[in-house]
Design a protein around this ligand. Structure first.
Ligand code: FEO
Length: 410
């Protein structure tokens, strides 16, 4: 059944929602689904901005046919070649063989790599600042390399002020009828998944996101609506979300707070982690969040590492090493360039207690601008009341170090 939403008088969302996919990119759980956003402009010419994942192709085609109402499709603008948006290019070419394509040079190169037969089409290779008019609407193209792939660009419709922002400003969670962030309680219900999307997908490329934000700032007065390829569009309070992106891409914590991540085999390290959480709350730091590394997908841990100022790592020693799942979290932080955080360590072991030193060495060797507190809680198998002083000193050191934290990006 047709399912479309107007973005402006001339631009319509013709995308689709996906609740069947369990793992985005076959790695990140999406329990609330995801949307693939495709937009259709009706002007003197008709223009499609990106397609959708192959699984949603039928829905998109039905939507496009409905909005076109018998008109041909004249142009397809390809902002991003990743198959969750580009998989249906060939289907478009089969149905509307006269369609002309716009993309970057690298975009067309990737199209061929993915096996899309674009050679017979008229291909407009666009560069930064190029403009094109479809009638009433004129668009300009802006390079967005590494947000999220090297070929990516964003397209600004100068007429309606719609920024087709590709992966930037996207989010997990299927739209399910909603289209604009002001139709939901975004901060309460969507922000966590927007953070998890951005930090895990593009977290590594903070400087590139900053580069794009810098370009957007120069044309901010022209942007009325942000229309990403996943999630909701923004037509109000754009700076709220731009500020979130500024924090994430500068690796500045959003909040003074503590995430305690524990790796526990028999509950003793967990018990220490919980005792620390309680002690922090007693001392007034109640923005504390505890995660079992073995039962929390690493994408959630990464999102929280980007959110909070402090990360406590509590790990048993396993095969004289860091507990493997904790190591995976550390390595994921390395890959995604987590930085500028204060860390504290709890270590456990029943004979050679190695995990604390090894975690400290990993952080010092692989993560930038991390402060590791000197206070450390060391446990031999289990902690009794004799460890109360150590626990208290650790909690106090965390609380004291909050004063050094800035959540300001300027
Ligand atoms: Fe949603 Fe980088 O693709």
């Amino acid at each position: 059944m047709v399912n479309v939403r107007k973005i402006t008088e001339d631009i319509t969302w013709v995308g689709a929602n996906d609740h069947r996919l369990n793992l985005f990119e076959n790695i990140h759980p999406i329990p609330q689904g995801v949307s693939y956003n495709s937009y259709l402009l009706l002007d003197e010419k008709t223009v499609l901005f990106d397609t959708v994942d192959w699984s949603a192709c039928r829905q998109m085609i039905e939507n496009i046919r409905h909005v076109l109402a018998g008109r041909p499709l004249d142009y397809l603008v390809i902002n991003h070649l990743e198959p969750d948006h580009a998989a249906c290019i060939e289907e478009i070419l089969l149905i509307w063989p006269e369609v002309e394509l716009f993309s970057t040079e690298k975009g067309f190169m990737l199209a061929k790599q993915f096996g899309f037969t674009v050679d017979k089409q008229v291909c407009h290779t666009v560069k930064e600042g190029d403009t094109f008019s479809f009638g009433k609407h004129t668009v300009t193209f802006i390079d967005a390399p590494m947000v999220h792939w090297p070929e990516a660009m964003v397209t600004l419709d100068l007429t309606d002020g719609v920024l087709f922002s590709a992966d930037a400003f996207g989010s997990f969670i299927a739209n399910d009828g909603k289209m604009f962030a002001d139709e939901v309680d975004f901060d309460r219900d969507y922000l966590d998944e927007a953070r998890r999307y951005l930090t895990n997908i593009v977290g590594k490329y903070g400087p590139h996101v900053q580069f794009l934000l810098g370009k957007a700032a120069k044309v901010l007065d022209k942007i009325k609506i942000i229309a990403p390829l996943h999630g909701l569009c923004w037509r109000k309070d754009l700076m709220y979300f731009i500020d979130k992106y500024d924090h994430w891409s500068k690796y500045v914590p959003e909040e003074k707070g503590v995430m305690i991540v524990y790796a526990s085999m028999y509950g003793n390290t967990e018990s220490a982690a919980q005792a620390l959480a309680g002690r922090l709350c007693e001392k007034g730091m109640t923005n504390v969040h505890v995660f079992d590394v073995s039962n929390t997908h690493v994408s959630y841990l990464i999102a929280n590492a980007f959110k909070y100022s402090h990360i406590v790592l509590a790990s048993v020693t396993y095969n004289l090493n860091i507990y493997p799942v904790m190591f995976d979290f550390l390595d994921e932080m390395r890959m995604l360039h987590v930085q500028n955080r204060t860390c504290a360590i709890i270590e456990n072991g029943s004979w050679a207690i190695k995990s604390g030193d090894l975690m400290q060495k990993f952080i010092e060797g692989n993560l930038k601008n991390m402060t590791i507190l000197n206070e450390r809680l060391t446990i031999a198998s289990s902690a009794g009341e004799e460890k109360d002083g150590e626990l208290d000193r650790l909690a106090q050191a965390i609380v004291d170090s909050m004063e050094e934290v800035s959540t300001d990006t300027h």
